[in-house]
Each structure stands twice: as C-alpha cells, then as structure tokens.
Design a protein. Structure first.
Length: 420
C-alpha cells in the first residue's frame, strides 16, 4: 500500500513511525514532514489544505490511502475532495469537523443527544453576555466560538476577568472566530483525553491519555499546545470510559449520522471527570499532539490496520490489541515558547538517542541543514518511551532527555506527576 500522511509535527512523526512498521506499508510519503520524518519516509511539498492539489498528488504518486493529521485540512474539506475522487482517506468531512471548529455546534449536538456537558449560553452582544455572567457568578468559562489556536478559552475566576474576556473576544481579538462567545458553567474535576475511531456508525476506543497544557512545572505559566503526555490515563477507568462511550460519544456519533453528516475519523473527547462521572469539555476531530505520540508507541504497527478499517467502514471487524504497558512523552520546546522564540538553534546528541519499539525521539519542529538538526518550531522534540509501569516509562524518557544537548531548549520535569 502507498500511503500519504498530511502534516509535519510530532503527531505525524509518530503516525509515520507506527505505520512504517506495518508490512502492508510499501511506500510512505509525508507532506510536509520534518527532519525526523525524513529519516523514515519521503517528504513532499504540498499545500495540504488544498483538496484538489492533494487529490492530484495522490493520482501522480499512486497513493492508495491518505491519513490526515491536523485539523486545518479537515476543516477545509480535504477529506471530502479525496472521497469525491474515490481516494481512500482517514479523516472526517468538513461538515463533521465542526465538532472541533464550532463550540456552539458541539453544544447543540450535546443538547440534541443529551450528552453530559457544562451548561451554557451563547452571545454575539457584549452587554447581554456580561449581564448573563454577572447573574451566573464566577468562576465561569468564556470561549470564542471558532478555532482560535487553543487560545480562545478563558477560565475566569472572577467577574472582572470574565467581562474583560467578553470585551476582547467580541471586540475582534480572534477575528471571525470570536464573533460569537459561548459562556459555560465552570466544571470541577480531573481532565483526561479519550480517543475513539469512528467509521460513521461503529465506535472503537483506541486509548486514553493525559496532557500537560501549562508551560512550566507545577502547572504554572501560560497555556501551550501540550508539554507532555502519558497513556493510559488512570482516571479514565474502564467504568468511566464505558460511561463516556455510552453517554457522550456513541450518542454524538448517532446524532451526526442522523443529521446526514456522519463522523468518520478519530474523535478526541476532552473529558472532565468528577466522582466517576465524565462530562464533555470539548471535541477535537484529530489525534491530540502530543497525546498521539504515546498512543502510537503503545499501538505500534497495528494502527495502520485500524485506520484502514475505519476508512473502509469496517471498524466492527477489528479490535486493538493492548499490552499492559505505559508510555510517556516529554516535549522539548524552544526557550520562549509559547511566546516568541529563536529559530535555527542546533540540537546535538540525537544520534546517540535510542530508536527502538520502546524508546524514540519524535521530531515536531526541526529541519536538517549541513548534517545538523536545527530547531524551527516552538515545540521541537517529543522524547517518548514506554515501560511496564509509568515509573519505568518516566525514567526511560527523562534519561534520554538528559542526554540531548540543546541549551536553547526547555522542558517540564514533572510530566506524569498526577499519576505518579
Ligand atoms: P477547550 O479549548 O474547550 O478544551 O478549553 C481549554 C481548557 O480550558 C480545557 O482543557 C479545560 O482545562 C478548560 N476548560 C474549558 N471548559 C471548561 C469548563 N466548562 N470548566 C472548567 N474548565 C474548562
Ligand atoms: N494536546 C492538545 C491538543 O492536541 O489539542
């Protein structure tokens, strides 16, 4: 099978790494890829948000199967164009991508299928929004309706912060994404991520993980795309996962199908869990980054069979085989991230890092020039390891991190602190 993966981050490196191990994979191309991906696959330059360009690339290269990594091509409808051209694709339609791209869309779906989530109201008028917030009281959560690169959520512990967030968002801080705000009840509990493949009808859980959103140790500092993750998430016990499947995800998938916009791809349910009851925080329509990296390390080569069955609508015939193991990934980021940071700094010591089925370094933002690996993004490396226990995975991953020589980088020392 000739396979094309769209994307170029740590998520896509881990997908490529796992897919490449499957003997059914003949040729693997990743667009745009990065320096780490280039070590295991061909990288191509391609406008991955242009469906027609991707479809003609597939025809040129005799691609049999496309896997879409990030949300932008999904929201742009690339999967729709590929399906219209009879190209097998793993990834949801543009209509179904609204589960991530519109918070009010997701809220309406939850209402229609009675899925437990925070109570909410939505507004386009700042005065009306502020008087609602004053009535409800703090803490309260203010969200820009559309995609805002993970920055469109303010958890306001007091009313002044809530009012300021409303003014910022409706005042155009996020452009069109903030033309409407969703105001939500503040949910207490522990957060975890639940990943499920859906072929439009059948839903198949493919793992749980916990991310670390803040930049610094002790969950301090600004929000980031994620500074480290581990899998499985102990808070998502079998009983809680079953509840999330029965009460939230399956009803969502049924509702999407009923509306004529079936969901086919991976659903990433961000859950808040309190006293054994999960409630939905948000959906994403892609694998999490860096959560994907720990899932791929645990699933390995079988992920290709699972994604392929999902794309063919045959999920009912497959099951993941789980080892009773744990995986952890540590994000190494450029000093200054998520704010401004230097590009082009040299990373040394990567040649000596292990590259086995239980420890490897996934690249996120890197390029290679003159035989040297340089940092080109905010999140740059994802050092990933697994072990019989989370403690083993932790020791193995940090051992590798400590051997990497990159003075301009930083990382958190406390990934996994909740579970350890
Ligand atoms: P979102 O982009 O919707 O995932 O929100 C980003 C983060 O804000 C989440 O991961 C939560 O930590 C927090 N958050 C969002 N909505 C709520 C809520 N209703 N109650 C408490 N925390 C929330
Ligand atoms: N790590 C969080 C995300 O992928 O959205």
């Amino acid at each position: 099978m000739n396979i094309l993966i769209l994307g170029g981050g740590g998520r896509e490196h881990s997908l490529a790494w796992a897919i490449k191990q499957n003997p059914k994979c003949d040729r693997l191309i990743v667009a745009p890829g990065n320096a780490g991906i280039a070590q295991i696959a061909d990288c191509a330059t391609l406008d991955i948000e242009d469906g027609d360009a991707v479809a003609s690339f597939c025809a040129d290269k005799a691609i049999d199967f496309v896997v879409i990594g990030p949300e932008a091509p999904l929201a742009a409808g690339v999967a729709d164009v590929l399906r219209a051209n009879d190209i097998l694709v793993f990834g949801c339609s543009g209509a179904a991508a609204q589960l991530e791209s519109s918070k009010s869309f997701t809220k309406a779906i939850c209402d229609a299928c009675n899925a437990p989530t925070a109570a909410y109201a939505h507004f386009t008028d700042a005065e009306a929004a502020k008087s609602y917030v004053t009535e409800q009281g703090a803490p309260i959560v203010i969200k820009a309706d559309g995609l805002a690169a993970g920055k469109g959520v303010v958890v306001a512990m007091d009313l002044a912060t809530a009012h300021a967030a409303i003014d910022d968002m409706l005042g155009g801080q996020f452009g069109d994404a903030g033309a409407e705000v969703v105001i939500e009840e503040f949910m207490e509990g522990e957060e975890a991520s639940f990943f499920l493949l859906c072929d439009g009808e059948t839903v198949l859980p493919v793992g749980t993980a916990q991310d670390h959103k803040r930049a610094f140790d002790g969950d301090k500092g600004p929000n980031t795309g994620g500074m480290g993750a581990y899998s499985p998430a102990p808070v998502l016990t079998e009983a809680v996962a079953q509840k999330a499947l029965d009460e939230i995800v399956q009803p969502t998938v049924t509702e999407m199908a009923k509306r004529g916009t079936p969901f086919q791809g991976v659903l990433y349910a961000g859950l808040m869990i309190k006293d054994g009851q999960p409630r939905l925080v948000e959906y994403n329509v892609r694998f999490g980054d860096p959560e994907c990296q720990v899932l791929m390390m645990r699933l390995g080569a079988q992920i290709l069979d699972l994604l392929h069955a999902c794309a063919r609508g045959e999920l009912a015939n497959v099951r993941p085989i789980w080892a009773d193991d744990h995986a952890m990934t540590i994000v190494m980021a450029a000093e200054g991230y998520p704010g401004s940071y230097e590009k082009g700094t040299v990373i040394k010591g990567l040649d000596a890092a292990p590259d086995t089925s239980s420890a490897t370094v996934f690249h996120a933002g890197t390029t290679e020039a003159n035989g040297q690996i340089t940092a080109t993004g905010g999140r740059v490396l994802n050092v990933t390891a697994r072990g019989a226990s989370l403690k083993d995975a932790h020791a193995s991953a940090y051992g590798i991190v400590d051997a990497i020589d990159w003075p301009e980088g930083f990382f958190r020392r406390d990934i996994g602190h909740r579970a350890l």
